[in-house]
Write a protein that binds this ligand. Structure first.
Ligand code: FE2
Ligand code: FE2
Length: 201
């Protein structure tokens, strides 16, 4: 696992700032609610790719498995919320995914390549945040977040491989373009705390 996490740290443009960790620890109920939304959204993104790219067998198989895993994570977060008396609720979306999506090209195959690169980045950041938070959390939540690391690291690799295949070669320039945006979204002050937000003062 350490190797996979190292790869993710090398891939991402920066570590999560301390201020965000403080925000998360002070807002754990909100963090769980948003985490539940993230797992559900991850499954839904995978399903929409399966609807759109029906001729891509590799994508269909990988996304089908990924969607099942994300829904399983969703159920696990809900169970933890129930135990803690946290009520699931609607939340305004974070700026993170929308900020990344702005750079996605409109026409295929560029669109598919970009959506897959964004998927890889979101999975990598989630993995980094679970690993960063775990040592600060109570045992139950720390165990859960540590258990998620492995699948999120694999999801990151699956997305990146699918992006390279869709592009017919390396996607380094697209990865760089999206990581430049991601860097800003992670370090610049944000207005609302979310699982993928910037630091909130
Ligand atoms: Fe997940
Ligand atoms: Fe994932």
């Amino acid at each position: 696992m350490n190797e996979a996490l190292q790869e993710i740290h090398d891939f991402l443009p920066c570590r999560t700032p301390q201020q965000w960790i403080d925000n998360a620890l002070a807002n754990q109920d909100l963090m769980l609610i948003d985490h539940a939304h993230c797992e559900k959204k991850a499954a839904s993104t995978a399903l929409s790719l399966m609807y759109r790219y029906v001729d891509n067998t590799d994508l269909l198989n990988k996304m089908s498995r990924l969607a099942r895993e994300e829904l399983r994570h969703f159920e696990q977060v809900l169970a933890i919320m129930k135990k803690r008396g946290v009520t699931y609720d609607h939340l305004t979306p974070a700026r993170y995914a929308a900020g990344l999506r702005q750079e996605v090209r409109a026409e295929d195959p560029g669109r598919l390549v970009d959506v897959l690169v964004v998927g890889a980045i979101i999975e990598a950041r989630s993995c980094e945040r679970f690993a960063t938070l775990a040592p600060h959390l109570d045992d139950k939540l720390a165990d859960f977040y540590n258990s998620l690391l492995k699948s999120e690291a694999r999801h990151y690799q699956d997305y990146l491989k699918l992006a390279e295949r869709a592009n017919g070669g390396p996607v380094d320039d697209r990865v760089k373009a999206f990581l430049d945006i991601e860097h800003g979204l992670i370090i610049e002050p944000d207005t609302e705390f979310r699982f993928h937000s910037g630091p909130v003062q």
